[in-house]
Design a binder for this molecule. Sequence first.
Ligand SMILES: Nc1ncnc2c1ncn2[C@@H]1O[C@H](COP(=O)(O)OP(=O)(O)OP(=O)(O)O)[C@@H](O)[C@H]1O
Ligand SMILES: [Mg+2]
Length: 233
Amino acid sequence: MNNIAIKIENLSKSFGQGDSKVTVIDGASFSLKKGEFVSLVAPSGAGKTTLLMMLGCVLEPSSGKITIGDEVVYDNKWKVKDDRELRRKKIGFIFQAHYLIPFLNIEENIKLLPYENGESEKVVGKRVDSIMDYLDMKDKMKSMPSQLSGGQNQRIAIARALANEPDIILADEPTAALDKQRAISVVKMLKKITREQNVTIVMVTHDDSLLPYCDKVLSIEDKKINIKVNAKV
Ligand SMILES: Nc1ncnc2c1ncn2[C@@H]1O[C@H](COP(=O)(O)OP(=O)(O)OP(=O)(O)O)[C@@H](O)[C@H]1O
Ligand SMILES: [Mg+2]
């Protein structure tokens, strides 16, 4: 069985053209295994969000190859018929701000995407129940986002990403709005999810104290990607 969740080969991204052309990522190659918990660190403006959005097939690379599971999704051009469907089914996103829809309650926010994917109420209901149980948020199903704290809403954003049973979760500074203790508890939760659900998580963070929880640390230096493998934690 192929144990690779995502593989990129010689991936590059530039913005602009001619004199104003800026290369952000220059020939990145690495692969991430299923169930790996990976952090992505680099100074502001170094290209973390750019890389994450390419991994999530949201942003088109300038060149290179992206393979998700055993499907080549990009090889100097998009290879999938429907990149939106690919994103919807295989990839979950968590952002710095939770982006919950303010006029839907928590349950509706979480179930929106699975329903959009045509899944049945029964299947989604069961799955979301167990996710909310797991995140200790079951009593908040009928609350509105405005009634929850920042940390609670961030957990709901995690629940929403999981509700779709993605293979890969891409998280852009998911703990930035949280205090230290809550940040660590969210990170421990993400790690547990990778272990128990075999999901690969790539998390952008500026907080070095969170790095020991990760299996690998990717960093962007001078448009190149470095990989550090942490000792088993
Ligand atoms: N759509 C775009 N058009 C032109 N330049 C862009 C675009 N998106 C990003 N850039 C440039 O690419 C570089 C990397 O941006 P990116 O958002 O990936 O940085 P980052 O590492 O996520 O930074 P931060 O930590 O501040 O979020 C920056 O110089 C940015 O100005
Ligand atoms: Mg960014």
